[in-house]
Design a protein around this ligand. Structure first.
Ligand code: ADP
Ligand code: MG
Length: 638
């Protein structure tokens, strides 16, 4: 006997305890899913055995008929789920059933609110797993033995779900795992042949492993022979025409561990071309909790010739489509493929570009035929999809047609306008697509840079997501039209502006040129190296001044983002533009006191910084300056 044969009592990881409490309290109206979760684990364990046995057939121990048995005992008030899959060692039982390995678990748990409805929803995205069994059981016993080990190496794991569990060494002749649920008082509804069968057909029809229950004998009592309850067919191998929407939806819930229906799916069977494969790809309705977690695992379930190979295989989809889940079954890869070989197998690139095409086709179809669904998709995943313009150069143009933005020409602040919508509304002589970047839609809408556009009814796209500036940086044009920031370079709007307006602009400039030229020189001197230069503006109608960047410079948004990420940013000085028609500018040109001119100039510059969303170097000094100038007016009034 081994030294640690005796019982050992251990504590659950704190997160397990927390998760267990939440699952038990927020999912009580959906209790039956415990069976789905335990069957899914049993089926995973069988898949793992089948995969490991590809290179070591001795693991079958002369029993290669892989099955799951579900039974119940009315007297003992237990339900037992048995599999002859890979099994658990003592150490595995402790780590897999006593801790949660998922990255981001702690952060996820901290988002839970205590509001049962909301939490039930979040927990669905997280995946409830094994611990859901504590909804119906007040004690769970897991007897297991790892495939390939001798019968003395069995383990019994047992817990009342109260914060501790006990592990003991046991003898177990059959490999695999028995999960025995000791039902709580009041859960007797599950001690029913009919009830268990209906849950199994509801959730597990497409599980490819047979699930067996005892058959009824002639007297209508449970007999001793077993019969298969589920259909056990691989959904993706069925002809599309006979699969119902409901079957697709149930299958999604199984592979994505989801509670919700998927938003949409696409099923392809490609044979006889250069590469054979079948795929079902799903778009979820909502972002999973770990969408932005760097080390979170995403990806497809991979089958080779119907044999399950691996879960969460990332190679088949680019990162910007990481929200897609589904299955891929192919003959183009060898059965004994490992994650390492997967990296550079020549078929991967081909499969990947085919699958990307399917997802983009699906999105285009939604955009065209089901705009409400597409809007939901954009809300949940738009920011992720945008990463594609950088990651997937080849599909840049297709992706750009899917993007949605807020715009000066839509009433809401929602992202609903496509670049194609914009192009359709462009003025006859307009060559560029104009955009502005800002912290939020309201800030964008009140920016001084929009004044001339608003006055002339030229549409401007409002970019308010953190990655937008980076995205447009990689999207120089759309449909032959350049994307142009309203805050960069020397705008060439002449052709778009009303002729009379242009005339009056020219006249004002001519009139004020003599007085303003010396002012520009003085201001340039006063602001010194804070700015690159000062010039008269054609962008402003209401504001006295604004800041403009060179065409090639980073925008203020991007600059802040990069600084925040600790990157060195090459400082490019802005250009200060003055509104020649503005009374403030005009009054400045009459200011004789050099000291006061400097103060007013600084104020003008700092205001322009604030208006573009930048931070002041010395905000307290700005306040002092405003109050000082204010006091002068107060004093004058006496
Ligand atoms: P998940 O299935 O998402 O990994 P679960 O909470 O359902 O999470 O299960 C936790 C882990 O416990 C599994 O990853 C697996 O390692 C182990 N496990 C659970 N049930 C079985 C089983 N029947 N056979 C072997 N291992 C199992
Ligand atoms: Mg599971």
């Amino acid at each position: 006997m081994m030294a640690n044969a005796q019982a050992e009592t251990l504590h659950f990881q704190a997160e397990v305890k927390q998760l267990m409490d939440i699952v038990v309290h927020s999912l009580y109206s959906n209790k039956e899913i415990f069976l789905r979760e335990l069957i899914s684990n049993a089926s995973d364990a069988i898949d793992k055995l089948r995969f490991e046995a590809l290179s070591d057939s001795a693991l079958y121990e002369s029993d290669s008929s892989l099955q799951i048995h579900v039974s119940y005992d009315e007297k003992a008030r237990t339900i037992t789920i048995s599999d002859n899959g890979i099994g658990l060692t003592r150490e595995e039982a402790m780590s897999h059933l006593g801790t949660i390995a998922k990255s981001g678990t702690r952060e996820f748990l901290s988002h839970l609110t205590g509001d049962q409805k909301k939490d039930a929803h979040l927990i669905g995205q997280f995946g409830v797993g094994f611990y859901s069994a504590f909804m119906v059981a007040d004690k769970i016993t897991v007897n297991s033995r790892r495939a390939g080990m001798t019968k003395e190496h069995g383990v019994c794991w047992e817990s009342k779900g109260d914060g501790e569990y006990v592990v003991t060494n046991i003898e177990k002749a059959a490999r695999g795992t028995d999960v025995i649920l000791h039902l709580k008082a009041g859960e007797d509804e599950f001690l029913s042949d009919w009830r268990l069968r209906s849950i199994i057909t509801k959730y597990a029809d497409h599980i490819t492993v047979p699930i067996l229950m005892k058959a009824m004998n002639e007297e209508g009592k449970l007999g001793e022979s077993w019969e298969t309850v589920n259909r056990a067919l691989a959904l993706w191998t069925q002809p599309k025409s006979i699969i119902t929407d409901e079957q697709y939806q149930t299958f999604y819930k199984h592979i994505a561990h989801a509670f919700n229906e998927p938003l949409a799916w696409t099923h392809h069977k490609v044979e006889g071309s250069h590469i054979d494969y079948t795929s079902i790809l799903y778009l979820p309705k909502e972002a999973p909790f770990d969408l932005w977690q760097r080390d979170a695992q995403h990806g497809l379930k991979l089958y080779v010739q119907r044999v399950f190979i691996m879960d969460k295989v990332e190679q088949f989809l680019p990162n910007y489509l990481r929200f897609v889940s589904g299955v891929l079954d192919t003959t183009a890869l060898p059965l004994n493929i490992s994650r390492e070989i997967l990296q550079d197998h020549p078929s991967i690139a081909k499969l990947r570009s085919a699958l990307v095409r399917h997802v983009l086709d699906l999105l285009e179809r939604l955009q065209k035929d089901e705009p409400e669904k597409f809007a939901l998709f954009w809300q949940a995943f738009g920011n992720v999809l945008k990463e594609g313009v950088v990651e997937d150069f080849a599909n840049r143009d297709r992706l750009a047609t899917l993007f949605r933005f807020a715009s000066t020409h839509s009433d809401s602040n929602e992202q609903t306008v496509s670049l194609s919508d914009y192009v359709k509304r462009m003025k006859p002589k307009q060559k560029n697509i104009y955009y502005i970047t800002a912290e939020n839609t309201n800030a964008a809408k009140s920016s001084p840079h929009l004044e001339i556009f608003r006055k002339n009814n030229i549409e401007v796209v409002l970019l308010t997501d953190r990655i937008d500036e980076w995205v447009v940086g990689h999207l120089p044009q759309f449909d032959g039209k350049a994307l142009q920031s309203v805050a960069k370079g020397d705008l060439q709007l002449d052709e778009l502006i009303d002729e009379a307006e242009l005339k009056s602009q020219e006249q004002t400039e001519k009139k004020v040129k003599e007085t303003l030229d010396p002012l520009l020189t003085k201001i340039e001197k006063a602001l010194g190296n804070k700015i690159k230069s000062v010039r008269l503006s054609h962008r402003l109608t209401d504001s006295p001044a604004c800041l403009v960047r060179d065409q090639s410079a980073l925008g203020p948004q991007m600059e802040r983002l990069m600084k925040a990420a600790g990157q060195d940013v090459l400082e490019v000085k802005p250009i200060l533009e003055l509104n020649p028609a503005h009374p403030i500018v005009n009054s400045l040109s009459h200011e004789q006191n050099e000291e006061r001119l400097k103060e007013w100039t600084e104020l003008l510059y700092e205001q322009a910084l604030l208006a573009e969303g930048s931070q002041l170097q010395d905000p307290a000094y700005f306040v002092k300056r405003v109050n000082k100038l204010w006091m002068e007016i107060v004093d004058k009034r006496g």
